[in-house]
Design a protein around this ligand. Structure first.
Ligand code: CP3
Length: 334
């Protein structure tokens, strides 16, 4: 049995369009909430081998999706490098200030040791997944991790860039940790790596080239050197028409597009897999309108290598029945 998603990276046209959802394991699923309630501390939950494996597989069991994404969080890198991270209900992540010297001296072995359960969860999941399912490993991009590192919380309301001028070393060190973590996930059995640059839209214009293009390209180059056969997908959210420049210069295997991306701006290419795009809010529309929205992406990318997904994570208020309906529609498209 071949993996539909890996086929798309080899330019093999599938009879069916593969589909999965960002944040597919989460609070919109009652079976997730049941296990979440037993794990009060979110970081410990991410490191609980049995429970994290179980919730990774829940959406595959329920919707027969083509991929599982390992249940974890981008902020585990900050945590493993010694930054305290808490997840507060209705508020999201709250971090403590770092000691810069200590942070930059994080020992690689200790760092990987703190994350060793993540790699066990990947091995465990791999054993349980059917052979036609693809397993995504992931990491946050340097900028996005940096935003949390200095902002200490979501930058939704305000962004603290006081230190940026002098923080080149921190960004480089984060890049190094991200590469370490991704390589270890590949070793453990991840079939694909996705890099989430969720706050790329907030990078100051004059830093875009160095930070968004430069550091993501470094990640891509290092991971390809480590494993040529493992596709690397980037999700640079909010960069608008700069997406074409990102594609041309980072040369990713895949690009995950956000819901604000204007399809008219997209330059189609044969040497690239496109993923995602649909607004997660479309799952709150009536079925007909939701399907129309999905069709817009399916039609546009029909002559491309395409993986159906959303343009950001699925909302916690989504009804599972809507997801089921959407998957049915994508499956019936070709
Ligand atoms: O199903 C999956 O996609 C796999 C697991 C996953 C989580 N976080 C679990 C999670 C993945 C891939 C992430 C990535 C992540 N984490 C990103 C990048 C993607 C994006 O959404 O832009 C970011 C920015 C984070 C940081 C983060 N983690 C935030 C801002 C929050 C709080 C927001 C929220 O939804 O509560 C989290 C917590 C988090 N990570 C939850 C889950 C399922 C919710 C925690 C809970 O159950 O209470």
């Amino acid at each position: 049995m071949s993996k539909l998603i890996l086929n798309t990276f080899q330019n093999i046209k599938n009879n069916k369009i593969p589909v999965w959802f960002m944040r597919q394991a989460g609070r919109y699923l009652p079976e997730y909430k049941e296990i979440r309630n037993k794990n009060k501390n979110f970081i410990e939950f991410c490191l609980n081998i049995n429970d994290a494996t179980t919730v990774t597989i829940q959406p595959i069991d329920r919707f027969n999706l083509d991929a599982a994404i390992i249940f974890s969080d981008i902020l585990l890198i900050n945590y493993a490098a010694g930054q305290k991270v808490d997840f507060i209900e209705k508020e999201g992540p709250v971090l403590e200030e770092i000691n810069e010297g200590k942070f930059l001296n994080t020992n690689s072995e200790e760092f990987l040791n703190k994350l060793k359960n993540v790699y066990e969860i990947i091995k465990n999941t791999k054993i349980k997944l059917k052979a036609d399912k693809t397993l995504y490993g992931f990491a946050g991009a340097p900028w996005t991790l940096y935003v949390y590192l200095r902002n200490l919380k979501s930058p939704k309301k305000q962004l603290n860039l006081d230190h940026l001028k002098n923080d080149g070393k921190i960004l480089d060190f984060l890049t190094h940790l991200i590469i370490l973590h991704c390589k270890e996930q590949i070793k453990a059995g991840a079939d694909i790596i996705q890099i989430f640059d969720s706050w790329a839209g907030l990078i100051p214009e004059n830093e875009f080239k160095a930070i968004c293009i430069g550091l993501n390209k470094q990640i891509k180059t290092e991971l390809k050197k480590f494993s040529t056969s493992t596709p690397v997908i980037f999700f640079p959210k909010g960069i608008k028409s700069k997406i074409n420049n990102f594609i041309e210069t980072v040369k990713p295997d895949g690009i995950s597009i956000d819901y604000e991306t204007d399809l008219n701006n997209i330059q189609k290419r044969k040497d690239l897999v496109f993923q995602g795009g649909m607004n997660p809010d479309a799952l709150f529309l009536e079925d007909d309108l939701m399907k129309k929205e999905a069709e817009k992406y399916l039609n546009f990318f029909d002559d491309c290598n395409y993986i159906f997904n959303l343009g950001h994570g699925i909302s916690q208020f989504t009804k599972p029945e809507k997801v089921e309906e959407l998957v049915k529609f994508v499956r019936s498209y070709r």
